[in-house]
Design a protein around this ligand. Structure first.
Ligand SMILES: [Zn+2]
Length: 179
């Protein structure tokens, strides 16, 4: 067998995760991937995964951020890792607003679900995705006010979002970095 089969995702360009960035940045990322340098780069910056493995820990961690920066915004009933969220382009997490009729009352509930791959990421990247979903409590769209709120909660938001997208691109080609 002379020919080596590449994994099916090998040929995919990383543009899906990085299409918000300039062509130049995207080319730099492709060069880093081809040189197999993205793994070392990310591990050097983020040596280990967070230890927030269960729902309770995740909830407490997220509520701590909410109570610090967004105390007055609507309450959240649930914050969970969700195996059903597949990370495709922007679908890293979901913020849902559920209305349920209980007795004769209509109860509205905010729920935050994040992709279960975030169980195995460094804390700063988990924080970034939680900040993103928390900001959606106030701002539905990815507009200026939305990103301003994200940066208020996490000043390094934009760099972290880039690093997360870099990791997602890396992960498609090489697999998980943190266990
Ligand atoms: Zn969003």
């Amino acid at each position: 067998m002379g020919r080596k089969r590449q994994p099916s995702s090998f040929k995919e360009s990383p543009k899906g995760y990085l299409n918000g960035y300039s062509e130049q940045v995207q080319q730099q990322v492709i060069a880093l991937l081809d040189a197999e340098k993205t793994g070392d780069l990310l591990l050097k910056k983020y040596p280990s995964a967070h230890g927030l493995n269960n729902t309770r820990q995740l909830y407490d961690y997220a509520m701590d951020i909410k109570n610090t920066f967004m105390r007055s915004s609507s309450p959240i009933s649930k914050i969970i890792y969700d195996d059903k969220i597949h990370v495709i382009n922007n679908a890293l997490g979901l913020h849902t607003y559920v209305s349920r009729v209980q007795g004769n009352k209509l109860k509205a509930k905010n729920e935050i679900r994040i992709a279960s791959m975030f169980r195995r990421t460094p804390e700063p990247l988990l924080k970034m995705i939680l900040v993103h979903e928390l900001a959606h409590l106030k701002e539905k769209d990815h507009n200026k006010a939305f990103y301003k709120l994200c940066c208020h909660m996490e000043p390094d938001y934009h760099q972290l979002e880039f690093d997360l997208r870099l990791y997602l691109t890396h992960r498609d080609r090489f697999g998980d970095l943190w266990c």
